[in-house]
Each structure stands twice: as C-alpha cells, then as structure tokens.
Design a protein around this ligand. Structure first.
Ligand code: PLP
Length: 283
C-alpha cells in the first residue's frame, strides 16, 4: 500500500526512516488517528487542532498548514476509494547526528502517514458489551499530549488482555481518568458523566462528539471527576475512541456493571452516533 513519508507518496515497503530518528530512539514525537467514512475524513478539523496542540506542547514545529495536512490525508484515503479507513499520522522531532536527549534546534521533523481499511465495529459487542479491568494509571502527568511514547499504555492494555478483558480503566489518586486507549463515560441516575479535560487524560475527539450529541438531543450530561466508588456503582460505563466508537462496558473487574447488559442511555447514544456517522459517510 501507499504511505506518505517526508513529502513523498511511496509504497510502504520502500519507506525508510533513519535509525537515528528521535522517534525511534526516544519516542520523541506525536501522532493522530483519524477515521474516514465513504471517503470523508471524520471530524478532521478537531483532529488537526489536537495535532497542532500536541506539537506545540512538545515544541516540534508544525511542518504543514491545515490545508496541506488535509491535502496529504485526502490523497492517502483516495488510494482506497469507497472503503472505511483509519489514517495514522505521526511527526517526530527528526533525525539527530548523535544520541543526545537535549534536542538540537532546527531539526527537520519526520512526517509519516498511512491509511488502512477498518471494519464497522462488531455489532455483537454493542449487544454484549466488553469486559474491562481497573488498573493504576502508571503514565506521566502530560496525558493530554498525544505522544507516540506509548509504553505504559501498551503494558496496561496487555495486562487487561491477559486478564481476559478488552480494556483497562485507569485510576489515579482515587479517580478514574480514562482507558488505556479510550475515554471514559459513566451514567448515574440518567446523567452522563465524563471527567473534565486536563493533563491527566487525552482530549478525545469521540468524547467531544458524544458530549455534542448529548447536548444536541437533550441528554443530561456533565463533566465531573469520577471517583473510584462512583465508577464501581455506575448504572452504565462506556469507553469511546475514534476506532472503537462507543463501547458499553458490561463487566468491570469481573463484576457486572448495572444489570450486566448495555444500558438504555448507551443504546440511545449509540443510535445517535451511528446516524451521525452515516450522515458523514453519505457526505
Ligand atoms: N485516550 C487515550 C489514551 C487514547 O489513546 C485515545 C485514542 O486512541 C483516546 C483516549 C480516544 O481519543 P479519540 O476519541 O480522539 O480517538
């Protein structure tokens, strides 16, 4: 398949990055994952805004304007017309001449992007829900940056998988923040609750869309810290991400959430989300 690397479109097996790239040696870079439905990039501008925010936070100069970025991504998804895809892009600080944590000024960032077909989420999961386990949030204090440095997230997700769960819900100082690669919502007494944005969680694009849909359809919602006890006694627990969309969590640490089935507010929001996605797909 065709990928984008440093200004060129080329076959993936011909794309080469230096072993002295700071992304390779330090995980010194940021990324985005953007779905495209029926050839339409989903929530493109918020994704590009978050990319700009991540780049600024780690002091990597943004190599492209918004128009240039969208041109590159449009061209990539155009390689597989008509299919649903997920675009991955990353920008690292660039290639250094010797290994040094401190970064030289004036490096040329390394820019990579690829697009892969994605299936619709398995409808059986929306019926059954997924299992999650709670784990201590072992990550750093700047989780709002979408950094490629994902070792804690990788270890947390692996621990979940080895426990027979699909995702880890992370607990920091007695509060549930988000999943290892997803944002967290709970429902209590008919109100949708998600933690406010801040340095301890990624400002998810799907999270914002769920809030927008709730606001637009009169679903009671608020942004509020979620204590561990509140999580464990919630009527519903959901996880959101660009590729997983909205997933109902039906068991947490082996115990049923609510009645152990996806709840009524989940079914409502899932319907609203699917309608929104279909409208985007049809342009
Ligand atoms: N939180 C983390 C740690 C993530 O890695 C992700 C995405 O993979 C999310 C939340 C969800 O963000 P988005 O909805 O923008 O995909």
């Amino acid at each position: 398949s065709t990928v984008f690397l440093n200004g060129e479109f080329l076959p993936s097996d011909q794309a080469r990055v230096s072993v002295m790239d700071r992304g390779f040696l330090f995980g010194d870079g940021v990324y985005e994952v953007i779905p495209a439905y029926g050839g339409h990039l989903f929530r493109l501008l918020p994704h590009l805004q978050r990319l700009t925010d991540s780049l600024r936070a780690v002091r990597i100069p943004d190599p492209y304007t918004e128009t240039q970025w969208s041109g590159i991504l449009e061209e990539l998804i155009g390689e597989n017309p008509g299919t649903d895809q997920s675009v991955y892009l990353q920008v690292t600080r660039g290639v250094m001449d010797r290994r040094d944590h401190a970064f030289p000024l004036g490096l040329e960032p390394t820019v990579f992007a690829m697009s892969n077909p994605i299936p619709d989420p398995d409808p059986a999961l929306a019926e059954r829900g997924i299992a999650a386990i709670s784990l201590d949030d072992i990550r750093w204090q700047s989780c709002h940056i979408k950094a490629i440095t994902l070792l804690p997230n990788v270890l947390l997700r692996q621990q979940a998988v080895e426990a027979g769960a699909a995702e880890a819900i992370l607990i920091r100082d007695g509060h549930a923040t988000e999943g290892a690669a997803s944002n967290l919502f709970i429902v209590r007494d008919g109100t949708l609750i998600t933690p406010p944005k801040g340095p301890l969680l990624l400002p998810g694009i799907t999270r914002d869309l769920v809030i927008e849909l709730a606001a637009g359809h009169g679903v009671p919602h608020r942004e509020n810290a979620i204590g561990e006890a509140e999580l464990r006694t919630a009527d519903e627990v959901w996880l959101t991400s660009s590729t997983k969309e909205i997933m109902p969590v039906t068991t947490l640490d082996g115990r049923p959430v609510g009645d152990g089935r996806p709840g009524p507010l989940y079914r409502r929001m899932h319907g609203l989300y699917r309608e929104y996605k279909q409208a985007v797909r049809e342009g």
